[in-house]
Ligand binder design. Sequence first.
Ligand SMILES: Nc1ncnc2c1ncn2[C@@H]1O[C@H](COP(=O)(O)OP(=O)(O)OP(=O)(O)O)[C@@H](O)[C@H]1O
Ligand SMILES: [Mg+2]
Length: 225
Amino acid sequence: MAKSIPMQILTDSQLADLVSRSSLLEGEVNKPKVLLDANGYIYKFFYQPDRKLSSRTLFPPFKQFVKNSKILLKRNVQTVSICDTMTAEDKRFDAIRYQAIEGHDFREHLKLSGHSEISIITDIMAELHCRGVFFRAIHLGNILHQPNGDYALIDISDCWFSIGQLNAFKRARNLAHLMSYHSDKSYFSRYGNDRFLNEYALKSKLNKASLWFIKAYIQHKGVKL
Ligand SMILES: Nc1ncnc2c1ncn2[C@@H]1O[C@H](COP(=O)(O)OP(=O)(O)OP(=O)(O)O)[C@@H](O)[C@H]1O
Ligand SMILES: [Mg+2]
């Protein structure tokens, strides 16, 4: 997608029609967050913040999402590719449309395929960090596992990119977030937090000092090794 996509207006009656022929994945019928239509397209809605002056006004998540999708795809990280961008008549929300990706989120995948599959996450983290991707909203619900074994990122509004690989500090922050996320931390502790980090370090070809720093930081954040 080389050029920016023109913004369409989504009228209230078009929205009502869309809701009536879609499954509601997140949010409520009168305030949908994520919809899946019968043609396999996802509509994701971004509502204006209540406070006038918030970081979301300065850096709207909607715009960040579109920008990050382009950067991730350029870095060969699979993610959604935006088809359309829309705004409400009264500007109360912006929305994007993209094709649903086949598969389950990783939380679901672990339940279906066994908890040891968490070792795949060490490959994913090593690859993202090697490609300079700091995906701040990382958790097992925002990584899709596709039937062919590939992964894809969703919910990508909050990313930061480095020119080369991520440094040890950014790696540590990202891993700490992933391993201490309330819905997911038991998967890591059951597998072994230390084992998980050692595998990640091996795949990332990290030196001993970096691994020592990452482990110290993660422990400082309350993850027991
Ligand atoms: N491209 C996609 N392909 C398949 N399923 C998707 C896709 N995008 C979203 N989903 C499904 O919709 C759910 C919610 O999507 P998403 O993570 O974008 O929203 P959210 O978690 O509500 O957002 P936020 O974290 O901003 O509150 C996902 O867990 C996933 O099941
Ligand atoms: Mg999400």
